[in-house]
Design a protein around this ligand. Structure first.
Ligand SMILES: *[C@@H]1O[C@H](CO)[C@@H](O)[C@H](O)[C@H]1NC(C)=O
Ligand SMILES: *[C@@H]1O[C@H](CO)[C@@H](O)[C@H](O)[C@H]1NC(C)=O
Ligand SMILES: *[C@@H]1O[C@H](CO)[C@@H](O)[C@H](O)[C@H]1NC(C)=O
Ligand SMILES: *[C@@H]1O[C@H](CO)[C@@H](O)[C@H](O)[C@H]1NC(C)=O
Ligand SMILES: *[C@@H]1O[C@H](CO)[C@@H](O)[C@H](O)[C@H]1NC(C)=O
Ligand SMILES: *[C@@H]1O[C@H](CO)[C@@H](O)[C@H](O)[C@H]1NC(C)=O
Ligand SMILES: [Cu+2]
Length: 591
């Protein structure tokens, strides 16, 4: 594939505080050919000299701002920020219903909030204190530029962490915003191995205070591994979740448990970082009397827009700002379930779903506020215009790499259900991750590896096409990159540019493949490594709905450098995972 031209320019869009808008000094000529989008500061002029504050959220520091093309550069080495995560086999009572078995990080659900700043290096030591499971933690949406071996996907970028062993993940925060981390080992994140990440940086609208992350999830009373087994042998789809949790808590159908509460002071503006950490649910979220100013989708700052509600698929994030300018009282943060593509047992109980926004100084209590009619659809937001515009070369349309999504249910094997990409479900080999095969210079990946090669730099277009009659939406998540959504729709793509968007299209790391339809995603091969792309419905990933990209294989060793931690992990795992040495077997894709 040829080097394609990226026309790239910077713009400050429509910020309201015109007086403090920094001058953009590093406007790139539109015809400049960018060969690599690697983070470098050596050839770039600073964006501006202003510093971040409540009225200047578009600024950052040291010459970086919201106008910085964060693909091209990130602040130089900042702080090193260290966290220790310990995963244990325990129980949890999240909504007053009683204890269920859970696997928790540092004894909490969600796990600790990991917080660093743009340009910092995160060092995270993960200890597997589970007796009978491996693990591996993925940092969702982090680009892992030249650090593929820290992406945390057992069987692809590492061997799982064996019981009682520790692995150290090290990576640079080249992006900023909100995300989450979770186990990528089989369906283990459904057991509770989930937490959130904040990377502080500039923003496209102002706010006074940051309320932090607000993960919303579906919640099951049975262990995730049990539901996963049910799901992969079911002829009617996975069982429904029993409840939802907002920041780890909620009332149950009998009114036990408690709602999560956020406290605000009248007259201030607050940033809330919404994250859908579900296993199998789409949510819409709104706040009574307090419209959202949306400023990001995933890790991509967008031109801010105001809306009453946002609809979020699994893995997606929206950072929103609310203005606490209403009568001091208690208000609902409302959550509705995307019943168009799923359900939840809690709906029948009629208890309000959500959390409480509480104004300082008024008595606590269940809100009596009223709000907008909530959506029950499962489609993505459409207003998402990246703040720093990029365009995709139209020439790639003739080189679309097609992937057919089908399914197979094996009547001879207790109706084992598998999603197929071009005829095969992906199933990883924990003892021999594909990164290891690539590092050996081999391409002898197993029959169920679903490897697609991106051999040279330049842009690639991937076309995921539903061919099965099971018409449900799938939240497709890519590692190592975010991608540009050229188009999506129902039915089959006609192969033409009609209706596609090449000029500053929505860009993110998780997008919904429409029910029965297609998704066209483009991204440049600028990050050598092995990168998985999978459906983020945990059960579907377990049933094989994934592929992996072998990106510029000859450059992987040279860019990732030291593989000591990788080799140590495989040594420890291979010693542990031997026949007869463990009570459970791999029964699914392994990711
Ligand atoms: C968790 O503990 C239960 C018993 O309480 C045990 O049956 C199960 O094997 C343990 N799971 C892991 C992954 O260690
Ligand atoms: C959710 O809980 C975490 C951990 O206690 C906290 O840091 C965060 O601020 C909470 N989120 C919101 C929006 O209040
Ligand atoms: C999260 O995503 C799932 C699956 O796409 C969806 O069913 C659920 O409604 C979403 N939740 C929220 C709060 O957006
Ligand atoms: C409250 O804030 C919102 C969002 O900034 C704004 O649209 C609305 O006009 C404000 N309402 C009042 C009463 O000030
Ligand atoms: C892959 O499939 C071929 C053809 O079915 C078979 O001969 C071969 O043994 C398989 N390889 C592995 C590693 O399973
Ligand atoms: C992990 O442990 C759970 C029990 O806690 C078990 O059900 C499951 O099969 C184990 N998974 C694997 C792949 O060992
Ligand atoms: Cu799916």
């Amino acid at each position: 594939m040829l080097l394609h031209k990226i026309t790239c320019w910077l713009s400050l869009g429509s910020l309201t505080l015109a007086s403090i808008i920094p001058r953009v000094a590093d406007l790139l000529p539109p015809s400049r050919v960018i060969v690599e989008r690697q983070a470098t500061t050596s050839t770039q002029v600073p964006d501006s000299q202003c510093t971040n504050g409540p009225r200047t959220r578009n600024c950052w520091s040291q010459g970086f701002s919201i106008a910085t093309d964060f693909d091209a550069k990130a602040p130089p080495a900042g702080k090193t920020v260290t966290y220790n995560l310990d995963i244990t086999n325990t129980t949890i009572n999240a909504d007053g219903t009683g204890d269920r078995i859970a696997m928790l990080i540092n004894g909490k659900y969600p796990g600790p909030v990991i917080r660093a700043a743009w340009g910092d290096t995160l060092v995270i030591n993960v200890k597997n204190s589970l007796q009978h499971n491996g693990t591996g933690i993925h940092w969702h949406g982090l680009r892992q530029l030249n650090s593929c071996q820290h992406d945390g996907v057992p069987g692809i970028t590492e061997c799982p962490i064996a019981p009682s062993k520790t692995r150290q993940y090290v990576f640079k925060c080249t992006q900023f915003g909100t995300t989450w981390y979770h186990s990528h080992w089989s369906s283990q994140y459904a057991e509770g191995v989930v937490g959130t990440i904040i990377i502080d940086g500039p923003a496209t609208a102002n706010y006074d205070e940051d309320l932090g992350t607000l993960p919303i999830t579906d919640w099951y009373y049975k262990p995730g591994f049990e539901i996963n087994e049910q799901a992969q042998h079911s002829r009617t789809g996975p069982p429904l979740p029993d409840n939802i949790l907002v920041n780890g808590t909620h009332k149950n159908k009998d009114g036990a448990g408690s709602y999560f509460k956020m406290t605000v002071t009248k007259g201030k503006k607050y940033r809330i970082r919404l994250i859908n950490t579900s296993v199998d649910s789409v949510f819409s979220v709104s706040m009574d009397g307090h419209p959202f100013t949306v400023i990001t989708s995933d890790f991509v700052p967008i031109k801010s827009y105001v809306t009453d509600q946002v609809t979020m698929n699994i893995g997606q994030r929206y950072d929103v700002i609310i203005n606490a300018n209403q009568t001091a009282s208690n208000y609902w943060l409302r959550v509705s379930i995307g019943t168009a593509c799923g359900g939840n047992n809690i709906i029948a109980s009629n208890i309000p779903l959500g959390a409480i926004l509480h104004y300082d100084g008024v008595p606590d209590g269940q809100p009596t506020s009223t709000g907008v009619a909530m959506r029950t659809s499962c489609t993505d937001e459409t207003n998402l215009v990246p703040f720093v515009p990029n365009s995709v070369p139209t020439s790639i349309i003739s080189e679309a790499g097609k992937m057919d999504l089908n399914h197979f249910q094996d009547a001879n094997n207790n109706f084992l259900f598998r999603w197929l990409i071009d005829g095969t479900p992906q199933i990883v080999n924990w003892n021999r991750p594909s990164l290891q095969i690539a590092l050996e210079g081999s391409t002898a990946f197993g029959n169920n590896s679903n490897v697609y090669e991106m051999a040279t730099n330049g842009w690639y277009l991937w076309w995921i096409q539903t061919t099965t009659f099971i018409a449900i939406p799938h939240p497709i998540h890519l590692h190592g990159h975010d991608f540009y959504i050229l188009g999506k729709g129902a039915g089959t793509w006609d192969g033409t540019a009609n209706g596609l968007n090449f000029q500053n299209p929505t860009r993110r790391d998780t997008a919904t493949l429409p029910a029965g339809g297609y998704l066209l995603m483009a991204f440049p091969a600028d990050n050598p490594g092995m990168w998985v792309m999978h459906c983020h419905i945990a059960w579907h990933a377990a049933q094989g709905l994934s592929v992996q990209f072998l990106e510029r294989k000859n450059e992987i060793q040279g860019t990732i450098g030291n593989t000591g931690e990788f080799n140590k992990g495989c040594g420890e795992w291979n010693e542990y995972w031997q026949p007869g040495n463990h009570p459970y077997e791999q029964t699914d894709s392994g990711i």
